[in-house]
Ligand binder design. Structure first.
Ligand SMILES: [Fe+2]
Length: 516
């Protein structure tokens, strides 16, 4: 063999592995089982499929195709997918109801439109009342202003983890996008970025969402709910609040963004809620909404925007034995139990975290495992590690917490902190600066500087809890401390304003006179 021929053979041997005939790992091109004789157009699946509104015997499968197609769901208790349900009416949005499903079972399914098939996914039907099941709560995945057309990477991570959890259902406590604008095309882009990720969970479990302050076009001057309703398949649409039962638990979703009543659960919605909570026969009740009753960073702009209404809502929860309330809005994790009602803020779904005196600054989702005798709550951070673990019934001593300003906060003298107990105490004592115990809480002492507040609470088994906070008094009057009396302060702006109005009036009269 000549030296030249040897070079040619070496070159051919080097090239061959990169040629197509040697690319044995290359996946085959998708084979579409297209029926050439069909009059239907070829269309690809551009959203879903997702499983929705699952009960112990039914489910709704949703998907969207690029153009109008037929629709079939193949499903079954194993990967053979022996059963099917179809709709021959051509459409782009496909909703196929599956009925007569077996209780507490895993089903596999695949959708098909004009011969184009989806992957095979699985979901669980609801178990019998009282049987164990798992839910996940996640909130505030939204991007920031500069990234409005995509989603935070953390949300991708958390969604992947949640899908692997295979929960029975997932609750989203809102703020899905940066904003809803007047530009329809921009809204489609922003919401597609969200649904692309949310649907990766929705393949396997029904998603239930409520609306957040970023999701309905508050900045456009009109409420635009069409994108929210497109993202979720919900009960009672177009109502933005709803309830449903699942495996012995009553779930109620609320709308904290009612137009003109932001941060308030009032009017018709409150009346509906009162009836909803009073009439359910289930003793486990989960309520969820976007804004918390006891915020840690959005103080005075959550459901505490109207404190009387906030307190009325809490009283309703206590009287109707609500088990837990889930929210977001504050970008952190927080748990606070008030008189037996556990409040979770699960706002770490991907948005930038918000500093607050209570901490909880980590991205997370909340896993809730329910059984007849116990409920386990655990927050899972983005690395898959459990952070806060809590169980009901809570047989521990009373937990004590403070709002609306946290430990080591500074407030004007006299300011009264709100103290909350996880259960109604038999006895409580308060003591400022280690002085004698008082049965009523008074405000921050007047002496400027650091003060200690000791709080003691006794539960119905005679077990005492104690916590100490350090709070700083600032001067009561901080504006213009050289002024002799505060009564004189309002006079200054009134006189200045009066003089200014007079000068402007003289100028206007002068100009008008010259023009005439
Ligand atoms: Fe929010």
């Amino acid at each position: 063999m000549s030296r030249k021929l040897g070079h040619v053979i070496i070159i051919i041997l080097l090239i061959l592995p990169f040629s197509s005939s040697f690319s044995i790992d290359t996946p085959p091109a998708p084979v579409l089982e297209y029926n050439a004789s069909s009059t239907l157009s070829q269309s690809s699946i551009i959203r879903g499929p997702t499983v929705n509104l699952v009960t112990n015997h039914s489910a709704l499968i949703f998907w969207r195709t690029e153009g109008p197609t037929d629709a079939t769901v193949h499903y079954g208790l194993n990967a053979s997918l022996l059963e099917s349900a179809s709709n021959s009416t051509l459409d782009s949005n496909h909703r196929i109801a599956l009925s007569d499903l077996q209780i507490g079972s895993t089903y596999w399914y695949q959708v098909r439109s004009n011969g184009t098939s989806s992957s095979v996914y699985d979901f669980k039907t609801a178990p019998a009342d009282g049987e164990p099941f798992k839910i996940v709560v996640i909130g505030d995945n939204r991007p920031g202003m500069g990234n409005w057309d995509r989603q935070p990477w953390v949300f991708y991570q958390l969604a992947e983890m949640i899908a692997e959890e295979r929960p029975h259902l997932v609750i989203f406590t809102a703020d899905y996008v940066w904003e809803v604008t007047e530009v329809h095309e921009d809204n489609l882009i922003a919401w597609k970025a969200f649904t692309d990720i949310a649907d990766s969970i929705g393949h396997y479990a029904p998603l239930y969402g409520v609306i957040g302050n970023h999701d309905d076009g508050a900045t456009t001057g009109e409420r635009r709910l069409e994108y929210f309703f497109d993202a979720f398949e919900l009960v009672n649409e177009p109502s933005t609040y709803y309830s449903f039962d699942y495996a012995g638990v009553h779930f109620t979703g609320l709308d904290s963004e009612v137009w003109g009543l932001w941060g308030r659960i009032t009017g018709d919605q409150y009346d509906w809620l009162s009836n909803d909570l009073a009439t359910t026969s289930y003793d486990k009740k989960f309520v969820f909404s976007h804004r918390p009753l006891y915020p840690v960073s959005h103080i005075n702009s959550a459901l505490d925007v109207n404190k009387a209404e906030r307190d009325r809502l809490q009283t309703l929860f206590e009287e109707t034995n609500v088990t837990a309330y889930f929210s977001g809005h504050d970008h952190c994790y927080n748990r606070l139990t008030v008189n037996g009602v556990v409040h979770f803020i699960a706002g770490g779904g991907g948005a930038r975290l918000y500093e607050n005196p209570w901490g909880g600054l980590y991205h997370h989702y909340l896993k809730v495992e329910v059984s007849a005798s116990k409920i386990d709550f655990v927050s899972i951070n983005r690395y898959g590690n459990p952070v806060d673990m809590y169980s009901l019934p809570d047989e521990g001593p009373i937990e004590i917490d403070i709002r609306p300003f946290g430990n080591e906060s500074s407030k004007p003298a006299g300011t009264l902190p709100e103290i909350f107990f996880s259960q109604v105490p038999q006895t409580t004592y308060y003591s400022w600066d280690s002085e004698s115990n008082a049965t009523a809480l008074t405000g921050l002492p007047s002496a400027v500087g650091s003060h200690t507040l000791d709080i003691y609470a006794e539960n119905d088994e005679g077990v005492w809890s104690h916590i100490r906070y350090v709070l700083n008094s600032t001067p009561l009057v901080t504006l213009n401390t050289n002024t002799t009396t505060s009564e004189e302060l309002p006079m200054v702006p009134i006189i200045v304003t009066g003089v200014l109005i007079g000068v402007v009036a003289v100028v206007i009269l002068f100009v008008l006179k010259k023009r005439l």
